[in-house]
Design a protein around this ligand. Structure first.
Ligand code: ADP
Ligand code: MG
Length: 616
């Protein structure tokens, strides 16, 4: 048999390597920023266009490259950062594989201008798909500028795989956050389609975090500091009360490199145990310094995973350090049995008589009397929701009536006996009664037996459809806030907010001034209490971000889902008879009454037959 094995040509090998290093525009951003940092730059400017698809440019004022180095830097395994294998164990640079530039040049149009400090003229190189188009001398400032255009121009499959510009931009911003948080002393400027997104001047860690995530972050941060022979830990955690529902700002750096480590992440989260709800995420910005010889960052081409020599000890140290910080800054209850409680008594209270606590008891309370419906409505909103229940119902009805004439989706006027049970004989009986079971279910009778309805899911469905309809028919009901609220957000959250602003307005939000990091809320959808505005908007932003990452659905759909989840009656709330009946009616007037907006079943039916069988 003839010899069949051939060495791949360099440009093919580079394209294959590029597949590992460059997944999307954000990967290019990361590599270029890291190179600029390794070059000892003090100011780095990043510009992108169209989510990085048409342009990514990084300009630095670092050490630059000689003519020969400029040419060599695009060769595979060409690096100035290590020379021998042992160097891998004392790395303090970001790069070392010498692959990034070669990979990027294999799959894009790249132009570089660079000049070291001690030369008069610099070099200008243009490469397209690994082919050098030209190299010439140029007059340029000290430092390096690399422009990457038309990413994946020669790999259409990869190019088509890219997400929309704003999703790619989100990934770039995430990558940018990771880099700038690790290097607060360096100034960064970030321009997106010509407008400035970030302007960060060199500062310390705390200020950098605050500049990136907005002024209100400052009060949320609790410092963390610990030094052991194995590791130095510094940074911040966010106070437990600021833990977020779905998106935490979670950053873990090892020797100033952003790292993903599910194991050590667990150490951090477990330190918060009991202080935050199990479904909430604490925020953290932790910086670990370890001996470079004790880690191996070489296990992944994008260098975001490391192997530690002594992971178990590290786990224990991190966990106890965070617990200590939480305790020290009085954010966690501390039980310290060795303390003499008397020493803790503040001076002003010494020798004063103890005051007998005033306990008020409802002497008329009788557990056997049925609870009044109002007792279950905790917040203002709940009370409001209850009193507005009828009006919500009416609103929905009038919408329905409006639809009837014009739309093909006719709603049966007698929705209760409508076709929702698909011709079965189990329609809700006229004059049916309802009752609430364990503050969770509404039970009502149907011709063939009974239905048990999950009250919260049912209300979610009703609100969801109403909100969707508002979003499309544009006759939103909005309530003016007595005092407009000023809410502060980070620049990237403001970007998200601007993206969904139009949809929020159709849902009933009214915005006043919208600045760089602040938004004024003048009005909100009816049924939303003022006290809930901030929480709901936070949740909307994080849900929206999660959704665009999974790039599904329309904005209105995402927003309607979040609002329905947040505003629906919850399990544990008492509903009076008429609210129960309205909910049942509204539910079965929905286009889809079987499943909640989150695809959970809303009700079950139990037929007379089922019941009969139990009695056999
Ligand atoms: P690595 O960073 O792993 O060494 P790269 O392909 O990213 O590999 O870069 C190759 C080489 O090009 C680097 O080792 C460095 O010497 C040089 N280089 C790249 N970018 C810059 C820059 N912005 N300033 C100075 N030198 C650079
Ligand atoms: Mg590099």
């Amino acid at each position: 048999m003839a010899d069949i094995i051939k060495l791949l040509p360099d440009h093919v090998a580079n394209q294959i390597a590029a597949g590992e290093v460059v997944q999307r525009p954000a990967s290019v951003v990361k590599e270029l920023l890291e190179n600029a940092i390794d070059a000892d730059s003090t100011t780095i400017k990043l510009s992108i266009k169209d989510g990085g698809k048409s342009l990514i440019q990084v300009i630095d004022d670092g050490i630059g490259m000689s003519e020969t180095d400029a040419r060599l830097s695009f060769e595979r395994h060409a690096t100035s950062k290590i020379q021998k294998a042992e160097d891998l164990f004392k790395l303090n640079t970001k790069g070392f594989r010498g692959e990034a530039l070669a990979s990027i040049a294999a799959i894009a149009h790249v132009e570089m201008q660079t000049k070291p400090e001690n030369r008069d003229i610099g070099s200008h190189i243009k490469i397209e798909g690994s082919k050098i188009i030209f190299q010439e001398v140029i007059v340029t400032a000290k430092g390096t500028s690399i422009a990457v255009k038309n990413l994946f121009f020669n790999i259409p499959a990869r190019r088509n795989f890219l997400k929309s510009n704003h999703v790619e931009l989100r990934h770039i911003i995430d990558e940018f956050h990771r880099v700038v948080l690790a290097h607060p002393a360096i100034s960064f400027h970030f321009y997106n389609n010509g407008s400035e997104l970030f302007h960060l001047t060199g500062t310390n860690y705390r200020q950098r975090i605050v500049h990136v995530f907005g002024a209100k972050t400052n009060q949320k941060l609790v410092p963390v500091n610990e030094q052991t022979p194995l590791v130095k830990i510094s940074g911040f955690i966010t106070k437990p009360e600021f833990a977020k529902k779905s998106r935490g700002e979670q950053f873990f750096f090892v020797n100033n490199r952003f790292i993903k480590s599910p194991y050590l992440h667990h150490a951090i989260v477990s330190a918060f145990e009991g202080l935050i709800r199990p479904d909430a995420y604490p925020g953290y910005f932790l910086y670990l310094e370890v001996d470079p010889a004790s880690i191996d960052i070489n296990i992944h081409p994008t260098k975001t995973e490391v192997k530690f020599d002594d992971e178990h000890t590290l786990y224990a140290i991190i966990r106890s350090t965070i617990k200590h910080s939480l305790g020290q800054f009085n954010v966690a209850p501390v039980l310290d049995f060795e303390h003499d409680q008397n020493l803790e008594t503040p001076y002003a209270y010494r020798d004063k008589d103890a005051v007998v606590p005033n306990v008020s008891v409802d002497r008329g309370f009788n557990p056997f009397i049925q609870e009044k419906a109002t007792t279950g409505y905790g917040s203002n909103f709940r009370k409001e929701a209850q009193s507005n229940w009828e009006s919500l119902y009416t609103g929905l009805r009038s919408n329905l009536n409006k639809d009837e004439g014009s739309s093909s989706e006719r709603y049966e006027s007698d929705v209760i006996t409508g076709s929702i049970f698909e011709g079965q004989t189990n329609d809700i009986e006229s004059g049916a009664t309802t009752f609430q079971l364990r503050r969770k279910y509404i039970v009502t009778t149907i011709k063939s037996g009974m239905v048990v309805i999950d009250q919260s899911r049912a209300h979610q469905r009703v609100l969801y459809e109403k909100l969707l309809r508002n979003g499309t028919v544009k006759d939103t009901v909005s309530q003016q806030l007595l005092f407009p609220l000023s809410l502060t957000y980070s620049k990237s959250d403001m970007k998200l907010l601007n993206e969904i602003k139009e949809s929020l307005v159709t849902m009933g939000f009214v915005f006043g001034a919208i600045l760089d990091e602040m938004v004024q809320v003048m009005g909100v959808p009816v049924l939303m209490a003022e006290s809930e505005v901030e929480m709901v908007l936070d949740q909307l932003l994080s849900d929206y971000q999660m959704e665009i990452e999974g790039d599904s659905f329309s904005q209105t759909d995402i927003i309607s889902k979040t609002l329905s989840k947040m505003l629906a009656v919850k399990t544990g709330e008492v509903l009076d008879r008429s609210s129960q009946m309205s909910l049942v009616n509204d539910l079965f007037a929905c286009k889809e009454s079987r499943v909640s907006p989150f695809n959970k079943p809303i009700f079950i039916t139990i037929t007379e037959n089922d019941i009969d069988k139990k009695f056999i």
